[in-house]
Ligand binder design. Sequence first.
Ligand SMILES: [Zn+2]
Length: 388
Amino acid sequence: MKAYKYRIHPTKKQANKIDLQIEKGRLLYNKLLALKKDAYKNKGVSLSRKDLYRQVKGNREMHSQVSQNVADRIDKAYKNFFARIKRRERKKGFPRFKKYGTYNSITLPQITNPSNIGKKTYFPKIGGLNVKYHRAIQGTPKTITIKKAKSGKYFVTVSCDNVPKERITIGNGKVGIDLGLNHFIATSKGEFFDHPKPMKQLSNQRKKLAKLFSKTKKRGNNRNKVRTKLARIDEQIANTRNDFSWKLCRKLLEKYGTIYLENLNVKGMVKNHYLAKAITDVSWNGFTNKLSFKAESAGGKVVKVNPKNTSQKCSGCGEIVRKTLAVRTHKCSHCGLEIDRDINAARNILSIGEIGQDLPKYKPVGDEATTDGISPKQALSMKQEALV
Ligand SMILES: [Zn+2]
């Protein structure tokens, strides 16, 4: 399944209809969830998806399939909940009632006339929508979702089946990549790729707005206005970042069929408040996930290696060359190598990857995960340079 998302500009009348249908969806969600909880509590019965379908039958306020999809969402929420218990995750996420404003979409799970998508877009109880398909849909359209984002903008998402695989000609090079804070990444071949330019401006704007927000009165009108603006900026930041990440993935894979990355436990690191902002800003996690995904679908290979000592070791002779965080250049007095410290790290990552080193398993110790002698904190202290 692949999803295609488009912004829409509904008329005022349509927007009202969409808002109303979403609100009806929310109320139905809460009603079904209450039924499911009660049935279990009072009778020890677990209502199945079909039981829930029976409950929505005859509901004339929403299209039958759209209301069935609400039942599907509850079913899915429970399945995810049990899966999390099975995986012994700390956050269980028991399905909860949806407050006003926290339920923001409706889905038609079976598009009746898929061949029409791309020309006319119809959603039951709302009517024909004017969608500009700036990116052509591929495959067979299956489901269509209308969403109202926190920013107040409306989006349509069409999910498709049988989407032909994207054709990237995977390069045959091998490369090590150092994920940095100064540059977004540095490669063992000596390349740097930097953050998208508008990012800094956007994040400054966001900072100002966040400050403004904290000064507004609670429940005030102004607070809502600022909140909407914040949501818009967040949307822009996310779009810029995604766009940049996908393009970079493509660029790298077209050159390198095998890519070695450091396996940094980003989740563990984000807990460290001091670094949290910087890390989420550069969003390594999002990037490496995209890279792995894209490599897999196109036939490339992304391998994560233990980052131990990668920034301190000399990639020329293997000696440990201690350097403070502020030192940008790796200078080795043993072999005379003098290169950018991130490139040195990227070269080490490449050679660790090429030797074929097994990743140590993460052993959870209290709240923090530790990996064979190197804690996420230590891994990070090697990465903090740009913050100093
Ligand atoms: Zn050396």
